[in-house]
Design a protein around this ligand. Sequence first.
Ligand SMILES: Nc1nc2c(ncn2[C@@H]2O[C@H](COP(=O)(O)OP(=O)(O)OP(=O)(O)O)[C@@H](O)[C@H]2O)c(=O)[nH]1
Ligand SMILES: [Mg+2]
Length: 187
Amino acid sequence: MRILFLGLDNAGKTTILKKLNDEDIGDISPTLGFNIKTLIRDGYTLNIWDVGGQRTLRPYWRNYFESTDAVVWVVDSSDRMRMGDCQSELKGLLKEERLAGATLLVFANKQDLEGSMTLEEIRDALDLRSILSHRWIVHPCSAYTGKGLEEGMTWLIKEVAGRLYWSGIQTPTQPTIPTAQVINPVS
Ligand SMILES: Nc1nc2c(ncn2[C@@H]2O[C@H](COP(=O)(O)OP(=O)(O)OP(=O)(O)O)[C@@H](O)[C@H]2O)c(=O)[nH]1
Ligand SMILES: [Mg+2]
């Protein structure tokens, strides 16, 4: 599975990946290009691309869209000031044709910080309910403690695996199965 980690700078993308890979998370600098990491989960090989999120780097995100099975959108839940920016970048991303079939996992990261936004606040701030074009979920986590990370990835892998299976048994003349279903884990 090819998975793309995106989000604003400082969201915690690289830290999450290192934590998932049992690496030291003590000394991480902003990503100026990209990192690629291969993880094995639930019998699948995950090729994960972690791309820098600074404003000047965002135009390069499109270079990584091809053949993407899933997007993990990482949010700094303590960064209330930039939620508007975060929402518009995400909405722009979901308009991309090459990401049309991708499943979306929104990681509400940094839940360990006092005063960080709740899942409901993030869902509203990012207007996630309006996303009808992709299967999505928003999941709380902390890259520092590791809480929530494996659960989020497990959901994602299951979703993608199900979709790959169905597309594998389609004949070329059959229409594509629509993916416009909203997953709302809260209600
Ligand atoms: N408290 C707390 N801090 C975190 C968490 N995850 C990441 N951080 C911190 O947030 C800062 C940014 O983390 P990065 O992993 O570099 O963020 P990034 O999304 O990769 O940023 P770019 O590479 O610039 O796009 C670092 O100082 C991390 O230590 C978390 O869950 N809790
Ligand atoms: Mg990074």
